[in-house]
Design a protein around this ligand. Sequence first.
Ligand SMILES: Nc1ncnc2[nH]cnc12
Ligand SMILES: [Zn+2]
Length: 349
Amino acid sequence: MFKIPHIAPDRLPGVLRLMPKAELHLHIEGTLEPELIFKLAQRNQVQLPYASVEALRAAYDFKDLQSFLDIYYAGASVLLHEQDFFDMAWAYLEKAAADNVVHAEIFFDPQTHTARGVPMETVIKGLHHACQRAHQEFGLSAKLILCFLRHLSEEDAFATLEAALPFRHYFIGVGLDSSELGHPPAKFERVFAKCRELGLHVVAHAGEEGPPEYIRDALDLLKAERIDHGVQAVRDADLMKRLADERVPLTVCPLSNIKLCVFPTLAQHNLKSLLDAGLCVTVNSDDPAYFGGYVNDNYVQLFAALGLEGRHAYQLAFNSFEASFADAAQKKAWEHGLKAFFERLREQD
Ligand SMILES: Nc1ncnc2[nH]cnc12
Ligand SMILES: [Zn+2]
């Protein structure tokens, strides 16, 4: 077994920031910073219901998932042209590269845009070109995952899939997001079956606010390969055992869970219990522009609040590569790089 060197607590934040990692739960529309929202609003002559960047930021005081989603969809209304989607994704990818993210699997919500008359092609090509450039400039591999909005109908999801098929080679999978309670996975069983037939990877948000049954249904009905959030699994011992036995990855988003009142404080977050139970947990930022931090902020604040150590850092980064949809050779290379990173820390001791 690879021996992780002890890292003094004061060195840990620096190590977490420098450590190579993958980000697997990131909504690109959730990276729109207020400054960019205002810039795009001006460029596209879109009227915003907030007087200033400060007034918009002051509204980021959420009581649950729905209160966040209402503002998040309003923020996305400034995106109209391919350049807008490029600019949004590029701003995120620059930050991700600075955070030593070597691989990102990025969610996008096409229905938020097509419902406003923005063509699917505009959305996907703008995002794709930013991903391509990040690979060229930073060596960061960035892949897209198309999410269906679960508060809309399955029929709408089918129409969205149809519209996206001409651009099939620009995205690697599909996901399910938006308002969870009252919109169980069963609602999307047929469209997910179709996506699997098309060879797309499938993931789903489940157990963020919703009950453990939604996680089980995401696995059994949608055949989800990863569960986004999944923190409510702790309420069901059988489900916990299954998630551990099958090593189903959970893409956990600590700062998101605090901002949306899933846990009262970071110190009360259950990520350590999930890790200790042997689950393949990963750390991610969800909607960093709204939740107060990008992926490294999630790592650093979580580690401080829960008293996590170097071995947890290694495990979480390792899990992020294991849980990714990259091919086996690529995963091996990243895992090798991660080990080399921790070996170098030992030499510096
Ligand atoms: N945390 C989240 N849960 C569900 N849908 C989302 N869309 C963007 N962020 C989300
Ligand atoms: Zn999410």
